[in-house]
Design a protein. Structure first.
Length: 147
């Protein structure tokens, strides 16, 4: 089964998300993606952040696991410190190429934390875990948040 990594990055009371418009269905997800063969989770996290957002991160800390089923596999979610950069897709990324075709769009952006409770988010369990983490602090030991 596949593995993927996702990053929780907060800057100025906003969460870094990938806004998706997938054939007319709009929602937000955390930036991240699949772990390549031979890659560590942290290597994949830094690569995905560069490809999908251009945002520089530091100090990733593993906080959540979520089994998302096929084709997504197990998601490993990390809280990361924001270092620098503004969200933009790399022209070398698969997402950039997909955007050029239209209809299935990716847009990295800062989502104000005040808007997070109301947005459509993948997954709802992850959104609730993020909101709880922001309010009460993220767990010291990773939690399985699979619904």
């Amino acid at each position: 089964m596949r593995s993927a990594v996702r990053a929780i990055v907060i800057k100025d009371d906003a969460l870094l998300v990938m806004h998706r418009n997938k054939f007319g269905m709009e929602y937000d997800v955390l930036v991240g993606g699949g772990v390549d063969m031979g890659e560590t989770f942290e290597q994949a996290l830094y690569r995905e952040m560069q490809e999908e957002s251009g945002v520089q991160i530091a100090n990733p800390r593993f906080v959540f696991t979520e089994r998302a089923g096929e084709p997504y596999g197990t998601q490993y979610v990390f809280v990361c410190d924001y270092v620098s950069g503004e969200p933009v897709l790399s022209e070398q990324s698969a997402e950039y190429a997909i955007n050029a075709m239209g209809q299935n769009l990716y847009q990295p952006k800062w989502l104000p934390l005040s808007e997070l409770p109301a947005v459509s988010f993948r997954s709802e369990a992850l959104k609730q875990a993020i909101l709880k983490g922001i309010k009460d602090g993220f767990p010291a030991d990773p939690l399985d948040i699979t619904a």
